[in-house]
Ligand binder design. Structure first.
Ligand code: DQA
Length: 147
């Protein structure tokens, strides 16, 4: 049976395409979802792609993923830099999580250079725009193939 990768997107990522395109690129979230499902098909992975502006909803999706998904890719948006609740959820789920950011957060404001997600993530991909999601899926396939 195909393994499932949950791809979670946090606040304001529904605005991609029109949101500061010089930082986040011109692709919409729907474009990124298509990129992920197409590449997931090539890799033989089932992709479950979601977005929420609500921290609690993201926490619940991670909690529930512990029972269903095999790995997760998480762009937590601004919650990356603030959310101990997301960190706790990742640690409680035991799920391998790959952290993704469209922008290179290490070249940006100091408050973006701290990530609670990184403390529990298997690895971090940032600065490659939408292509970072493809890199993360490839990494997920590698992790799941090794299991
Ligand atoms: C982001 C970086 C965050 O600092 C920011 O709050 C976002 C998007 C990125 O993908 O580059 O919303 O996660």
């Amino acid at each position: 049976m195909a393994k499932t990768v949950l791809i979670l997107n946090g606040p304001n990522l529904n605005m991609l395409g029109s949101r500061e395109p010089e930082i986040y690129g011109h692709e919409t979230l729907a474009d990124i979802e298509k990129l992920c499902t197409d590449f997931g098909d090539e890799l033989g992975l089932k992709v479950d792609f979601r977005q929420s502006n609500n921290e609690g909803e993201l926490v619940e999706w991670i909690q529930n993923a512990g029972g269903g998904a095999d790995a997760a890719i998480l762009n937590a948006g601004a919650y990356t830099h603030t959310s101990i609740a997301l960190l706790d959820a990742i640690q409680a789920s035991g799920l391998p999580v790959i952290e993704v950011h469209l922008s290179n957060i290490f070249q940006r404001e100091p408050f973006r250079q701290e990530s609670y997600i990184s403390k529990a993530a298997v690895g971090v991909i940032c600065g490659f725009g939408a292509y970072g999601y493809r890199l993360a899926l490839d990494a997920a396939a590698g992790i799941l193939g090794d299991k």
